[in-house]
Each structure stands twice: as C-alpha cells, then as structure tokens.
Design a protein around this ligand. Structure first.
Ligand code: NAD
Ligand code: UGA
Length: 428
C-alpha cells in the first residue's frame, strides 16, 4: 500500500521509516523544508537510537521518499497518516492548529478514495472534526474515511516500540476502512484491536494518564517512605511483584516530563471538564508531579546553602536516550538553582546542542568528569547509562565537595556512603 506520513517529528519519521522497513512505499512529508532537505542527505532531525541507519537504508533502496510538497504526499498515496504536533495552549486545551491545517490540505488535494489515519494525540471527537474539514475543502468530491490509530511509542526506544508494539488500536466508524489499516500492520506479531473512532482517541489519553498516575502514586509513596524511614525501591519491588500491579512505571524520582505526559494529562482534564466531568484524580496526579522539582530543590536547600556553590548537573533531556528537552525536569531544576546565584555546570550525552539554544547562564562540560570537577554538589537528574556506569570513585575524587543528590535513585545508598559521598536520593 502507498503510504504518506504528514509530519516528520518523533512519531511521523519513525512511523514512516518502520513502514518502509516492512516493505511499504512511504512518502514522509513535512512543511519544514530544512528538515526535508536534511533528511534527503541522511541527516536526522532528532536523536533516536537506530533511526538513522534504518532511514538511510530504506531511502537508498527506494522505498522511503521525502517531500515538503503536500500535494505530492496526498495525490501519490492511498493511506495518509497525520503525525503533526498537538501542543497544549496555556489552559491545557489542545492546539489543533496543525491537525486542522493538514486536514484542509488533504481536502484540497484529494484525487481519489483515501484512508486518513490520525496518529497525532487528539481529544475525543477530533476524528469527526477532521472529516468535516476535509469535506468542506474538497475540490473534487471523492470518498474517504477517517480512522484513529494512536501511537504508543516511547522516545529512546521508538524503533523497537514501533516494530514490536504491545497492541495496535484502530478506531473507525467504517469496518472496511479499519481493515485497510489492519492490513498495513499484518506483518507485525501483535494484538490488533478495532474500536469505535472515539474510543481509540480516548484509549490514547487513558494510557498516558494511567502511566502518569502510577508515577505520581509512587512519588507520593516515596514522600511517605522518607517520613517513615522505609525504602521506596523495596516498596516498588514488593507491590510490583503483584501481576495485577506490575513493576513498570513505579520508579520514584523528580517526576515525569517530556512532550506527552504533562500535555496529555492536562488535555484529558480539560476535555473532561468540557463534557461536564471533573477528573479530580488526574488533577491530583498533575499537582503531585508539578510539586516534585520544588520538593527536591527544598531538600537540597535544607541540606546545604546553595548560594555561590559550584553545582554539577548530570542530564538535561527529560529521560535517557533522547535529545528531547520538552518539559524536562532538569531544565526546571536548573532554573531554581540559578535563582540561588550558584554556578551551574551541565553535561548531557546528547541533548547539549538543543539546550544551548535556550539555556544560557550555565557552563557546558565536555563529559561527566569535567562537569563534576571542582563541584561542591553533584545532582543527577537524567539516569543515562553513561552516568550509571561512571567511575564513582573518580567522580568523588574530582569533586571539591561530597554532596550527591540523585533525582532518579540511580545508585545504591550504601555504596555511595562507602565511597565517601553524603548521598541523598528519593524515598530512601
Ligand atoms: P514533533 O513536534 O516532533 O513533530 C511534528 C512535525 O509536524 C514537525 O516536524 C512539524 O514541522 C510538522 N508539521 C506541523 N504542521 C504541519 C503541516 N501543516 N504540514 C506538514 N507538517 C507539519 O511532534 P511528535 O513528538 O512527533 O508528536 C506528534 C504527535 O504524536 C503529537 O500529537 C504527540 O502527542 C503524539 N505522540 C508523540 C509521541 C512522542 O514520543 N513524541 C508518542 C506518541 C504520540
Ligand atoms: C510516553 C509513553 O510511555 C508512551 O507510551 C507514549 O506513546 C508517549 O509518552 C507519548 O504519548 O508521547 P515518553 O514520554 O517517550 O513515552 O517516555 P516515558 O518512558 O513514558 O517517560 C516519561 C516520563 O516519565 C520521563 O520523564 C520519565 O523519566 C518519567 N518516568 C517514567 C518516571 O518518573 N518513573 C517511571 O517509573 C517511568
């Protein structure tokens, strides 16, 4: 099947590359010409392990094409995937500007029957809105169907998640259209669930909101663990052994960030309110998460005066294995540290270039060891393997001070103590 993917961000590009890898002919389209020109030269707009090799291979072998021309993407495909941004407005309402613009363009250039597959995360009812916009803008009256196929990939593991998803959700009003989408997933060994269009849209938000709830729950328990002198890692293991609960997403720390959990929890609360429902449990999930950085910072301040101290920050991206800084807890913590008039030196294995554009008042180190050299305090915010596997003895020796704050419980307290650190983590 000829597939076009509109939007070559984290979702669109990975999706396009993986479907090409599975043998489909794919056109990846983006309105950002620089991105497209770079992609044609094999330069990826994002850091994602394994992406570049797969993209270059499929481009060279003639299954993957790039264009900034929406007309080409629409006219040359049978199935069009929308994978554009849906960032929140200040009140957490989803900004559907990009989705609406694409729907309009699809309507204008449609030259025959198409299945329009929405992969962007959009509030319930958006599929129907897309259908209306396409219809209103059609120059040529051709048939089409709108299907929701939400994306569940995680950044940093996007290729593997897309090739081996836990499930594929396909929401449609029309079974024949749903089956056309089922067809493109037929080579994946996974469960495909066909649902109502609106159910699929809500399944996406429900999944992210549930995972965020797990994180805020364990973080609340971590606070109680500190008060009761118990250990949140043991508690997470203990409850996680119950198959009904599971150990995943029970890692306590400085809170969740990224382009999705904060935005999707906010958006679901907003949507529910529009339908007259107060999703109070999610309001609390959001509140708990928003308080994490301040709480961690308060712990630092209670332990040591931060003014004029040299503070090494390890990790900038919102989680390991990505260069994505959106809603990164690290950037938020650094803001607090800079207000204290302390000297902040940062290091991240891949997100440094992205950070330099907006994060100005810090010093950038070339590696973790240069970062901690002469530091009074080291703070770990993103648990990259590079930090987990670092030579802690060397770090201790290079530092001027002995304070180590670990926002991700990446190390064992007794080992850190043995190495001579005054070590503070979360819920232990
Ligand atoms: P992104 O910001 O990385 O990429 C979006 C791309 O769309 C950009 O390259 C932009 O130039 C392009 N675009 C915007 N308007 C366009 C238009 N009119 N025509 C052509 N191109 C246009 O976004 P993302 O992180 O890939 O997220 C896309 C959607 O997928 C969002 O709804 C997001 O919530 C959802 N999602 C993201 C992830 C993730 O891990 N990032 C995972 C699952 C779902
Ligand atoms: C998340 C979901 O896991 C994906 O399924 C979904 O497709 C995606 O959002 C999306 O809709 O965009 P992602 O944001 O890439 O993926 O990263 P996660 O691995 O889920 O981590 C999100 C945040 O939660 C990170 O800041 C991470 O550090 C934090 N986290 C995660 C915890 O604090 N504790 C945990 O136990 C797990």
């Amino acid at each position: 099947m000829k597939i076009s993917v509109i939007g070559t961000g984290y979702v669109g590009l990975v999706t396009g590359v993986v479907f090409a890898q599975l043998g489909h002919t794919v056109i990846c389209m983006d309105k950002n010409r620089e991105k497209i020109d770079n992609l044609k030269r094999g330069i990826m707009p994002i850091y994602e392990p394994g992406l570049k090799e797969m993209a270059v291979k499929n481009h060279d072998e003639g299954r993957l094409f790039y264009t900034w021309d929406i007309k080409e993407a629409v006219t040359k495909s049978d199935l069009i995937m929308i994978a554009v941004d849906t960032m929140p407005k200040e009140n957490w309402q989803t900004n559907l500007g990009s989705v609406k613009a694409v729907a309009k363009d699809i309507g204008i250039w449609m030259n025959g029957y198409k299945v329009i597959v929405n992969k962007s995360t959009v509030p319930v009812g958006t599929g129907n809105l897309v259908e209306r916009i396409i219809r209103q803008n059609q120059k040529k009256k051709c048939g089409f169907d709108v299907v929701s196929n939400p994306e569940f990939l995680r950044e940093g593991q996007a290729i593997n998640d897309t090739l081996h998803p836990d499930r594929v959700i396909i929401g449609a009003e029309n079974t024949a259209a749903a089956m056309k989408v089922v067809e493109i997933y037929q080579d994946m060994n996974t469960v495909v669930k066909v649902t109502k269009l609106k159910s699929a849209e809500l399944i996406k938000y429900a999944s992210n909101a549930f995972l965020a709830t797990k994180i805020s729950f364990i973080n609340s328990l971590a606070d109680l663990a500190e008060l009761t002198e118990s250990d949140i890692e043991e508690i997470a293991e203990g409850i996680g052994l119950d198959k009904r609960i599971g150990r995943q997403f029970l890692n306590a720390g400085i809170g969740y960030g990224g382009s999705c959990f904060p935005k999707d929890v906010g958006s679901l609360i907003y949507t529910a309110k529009e339908f007259g429902y107060d999703f109070s449990i999610l309001r609390e999930v959001k509140r708990v998460n928003e308080a994490r950085i301040e709480r961690f910072f308060a712990k630092m301040k209670k332990t040591v005066k931060l003014k004029k101290k040299r503070i090494a920050v390890l990790g900038l991206s919102f989680k390991p294995d990505t260069d994505d800084l959106r809603e990164s807890p690290s950037l938020k913590l650094i803001k607090f540290l800079l207000k204290e008039d302390s000297e902040v030196i940062v290091y991240d294995p891949v997100a440094m270039d992205n950070a330099k554009a907006s994060l100005k008042r810090v010093k950038y180190a070339k590696n973790a060891y240069e970062c901690v050299k002469g530091a009074d305090i080291t703070v770990l915010v993103t648990e990259w393997n590079e930090f987990r596997n670092a030579d802690l003895k060397k770090i201790k020796k290079l530092m001027k001070g002995d304070l180590f704050f670990d926002g991700r419980n990446a190390f064992e307290p007794h080992i850190m103590k043995k190495l001579g650190f005054r070590y503070f983590s979360v819920g232990r």
